[in-house]
Design a protein around this ligand. Sequence first.
Ligand SMILES: *Cc1c(COP(=O)(O)O)cnc(C)c1O
Length: 499
Amino acid sequence: MRNRQNFGDTSPEDFRKQLHELADWIADFRQNLGALPVAPNPAVAGPGAILAALPAEPPEEGEPFEKILGDIDRDIVPGMVHWSHPMFLGYFGWTTTAPAILGEIITAPLNVNAMTWRTCPAATELETLVVDWIRQWMHLPQEFGGVVYDTASVGVMHALAVAREEAAPSVRKHGLVGAGAPVFRIYASEQAHSSAEKAAIALGLGEENVQRVSTDAAFRMDPSALRETIARDVRDNFRPLAVIATVGTTSTASVDPVAEIASICRENKLWLHIDGAYGAGFAILPEKKSLTDGWSEADSIVVNPHKSLFVPLDFSVLYVRNLERLRRVFTLVPEYLRGDTVEAQKNYMDYGIQLGRRFRALKAWVIFRSFGREGMAARLREFVRLANLFADWINSDNGFELVARVSMGVVCFRWVGSARRADRTPQRGVPTGESDLDALNSEIVGRINASGRAYLTQTKLRDRTVMRIGLGNVLTTEEHLRTAWEMIQETANELNREK
Ligand SMILES: *Cc1c(COP(=O)(O)O)cnc(C)c1O
């Protein structure tokens, strides 16, 4: 007969041993991270290479943890883009920290389902607490209540569902056609995130009913263009529903004029959603308090602490002015959960599509207590300092130019060739024509990322390809940034010579 232990969990002695081994693995990983390639070399590990290295058949027999961990070292870690690497400057550079890792680890053995208050009172009440801490940091009035979702994309979808229901009551019950709903229109700047369209797709509002509004020279929504677009839509029998104002756009971290947009929303009775996925977190800095101008007039606002408040993926908060408005649209208690919802307490399953919910608030609570607001503010300030320093380097090199004002931790820049910027010929077709430069800027990013020594991203601004870095990693020092800058310069020169 086999040992009874085999039918249960790992023995406590073995588990303790494995945990110690894992603790060392994690500490070693963090300590030696800077020596790893930031990204796999595409020539060595192209698409499909990792899959090909792993057994395609599922295991018939159990395998020891030591072997699994060994395979992680051999096959998985080298096939990763290491977002926490000090030379990772992609996207918003957001990454993890030691307290964050501890918070994640503690959450694992607890493994509760925070769907109703009764299924885990502590998870529910801690979520309420943590969400309210962030509300205070965002200077939002108390009438704003929040709920934790995985992402901002999910947040905006829920916010627009409430806007839709309030503008056409009983769509929830009868559907858009059954409720005789008009064709709704949603407005966002041409720099706003594509999650606006995804929400419109999911809600049956139609992708093309998200109208993109033009921006000014600093990539901020132009309020007069917004007014004109709304007026045109009204004339054409569309029904304006909501405006999405962005605080920290995805390409340049530009900030829309929220207060002005808010007054347009008020005049036209439109739902105002603020997409602060990246930028709202910076409101914890007293010197950035002006960011929050107009926020108290919003109907909803999204902030991603997983982008700028040090919480690892995934953790996004949607605030709604009077959270009951959100509950009314999504509450639906099945019989088998009725007994779980008798208390007059918050049941977070009522505030969205998701029923089962993990205990996300715990990691946030560990992190916020470990750093305090001051600790987080000091780190954000360092990201801002480094971003501005990088911009100074760009400005002192004639081969490069800044293409957007530095905002928060984001710098967008472009290699403009060996010619002095002022002498640049605007003609197309010549070697330094804009489309040639597009290809070269893209090539610089490609070569650097393929080298495994640093990682940056590219984006398009006014139809031109530009390079972009995001500072958001506590492990990135000025020295790392200097090395990355030198690599960018060298790669540009190398390409120039090859031309
Ligand atoms: C990243 C981002 C989003 C989407 O965030 P997810 O949480 O990944 O859905 C939305 N809006 C802006 C401005 C962003 O930067």
